[in-house]
Design a binder for this molecule. Sequence first.
Ligand code: GDP
Length: 466
Amino acid sequence: MNFRTIAAVSTPRGKGGIAVIRISGDRAAETAERMFRPASGKKLGECEPRRAVFGTILDAGDEPVDTGIAVLFRAPASFTGEDVAEISCHGGPAATEAVYLSAIAHGADAAGPGEFTRRAFLNGKLSLTEAEAVGRLIDADTAERLALSAGGLRGNVSRRIEAISAGMLSTMTALYAAIDYPEEDVGDEGEREIGNTLRRSLGEVNALLSTYRTGRAVADGVKTVICGRPNVGKSSLFNLMTGEDSAIVTDIAGTTRDILRETVSFGGVTLRLADTAGLRGDTDGSVEEIGVERARREIGSAELILAVFDGSMPLTREDRELLALLSGVGGDAVKIAVINKADRGCVLGEAELSEMDGICGSGGRIVMSAASGDGSALAEAVGAAFRAGEFDLRRDAVIWDVRQRAALEHARSALEGAADALEAGDPIDCVCTLAEEAMAALDETDGRTVEEGIVDEIFKRFCVGK
Ligand code: GDP
């Protein structure tokens, strides 16, 4: 057993009813025993595992400091797969600190970020995607983010990948047999079967990859820009999207006063309304205009562009400039033309509307009234653009992480290569090498074989105590 025994406060800092100090490793029971005296008079190590034991907690100097509950989990039946002791004390900052320092004084080392979850992964208690889901679950601040991480933790993605790998096994066996016994021809039938499996696996990998756009839009959020000339209703739209009804999940003032970022749950995905200075209106009444100039700077990096127009009056020169700007935006960015002030009627002609449709493409155009407070049409358009309604985040396999996507893309190209090589009549060794590469990439997606450095990178993002 080569691991240190580690301890950390696993509940948030600050005042709370209770705080939990978690200890994991070979010496967890011994450490907990030295700092915790069960009221029953027994030693903690003699108490039944997984049972709450009431007792006195001693500080680093062996003085009673609090009363609380200790639960001992014996390896491998614990979160980390090692012996784990969880000690709950009263959640005052000083009490929590004293109990934590007591654990350190009595034999544990300070845990690093994500070290508990990392151990759970290394001991096979969680796959890497599940471990990543734990991190996301703890960070989840919207209903969709919670559903996505809960689904990940339930192993939705891991199970799908396992199923694809399992489907490939018979093909691998057939390929190895063909290499080992070259005199026994695979035959047309056999080749067709191998080809079918490769193509079917490819289809499954592609289906999983196609969930990335939605998963990422929920997990990381979509960088969104609201643009348009002055007075079209951008602030009204911004306020509608971030208002009481649509949950504001973060509100971080940047280093300068005028940089404001809001993350909102909208249309079933997460929108990051970035650099929205001025949209709010300022307390001193000075409203910086985010006109077309500003849009010019921001549009390039946006993933969702909400271009607002005032439908109650003819398009102005600035509106046309914005349209020209939008038509130059390519790539994956979603463009939605928001024709605002619908309550005053729409004076825009067919030609202008269809020009907007042409420029916005799949994002489309909606007619609404920001002042009315009804953002449902926009929410629907945003949801549709990111296919939010198509997946049940809790039940379907939805990937959300760039690492998972890269590994799956690797699997896809290897599978494509293998299927093409087979069809081209290339030597069977060559088909086999590519199929093996695809299997390895699938394993990597799920973290069954993954480089140490990548594992480090993932767990570094966790905080201490997870
Ligand atoms: P911005 O300069 O683009 O941010 O526009 P504002 O949101 O500040 O709106 C400019 C003016 O238009 C304000 O007086 C709003 O009350 C008004 N306005 C915004 N949306 C609507 C709408 O849907 N209908 C009507 N009638 N007025 C609106």
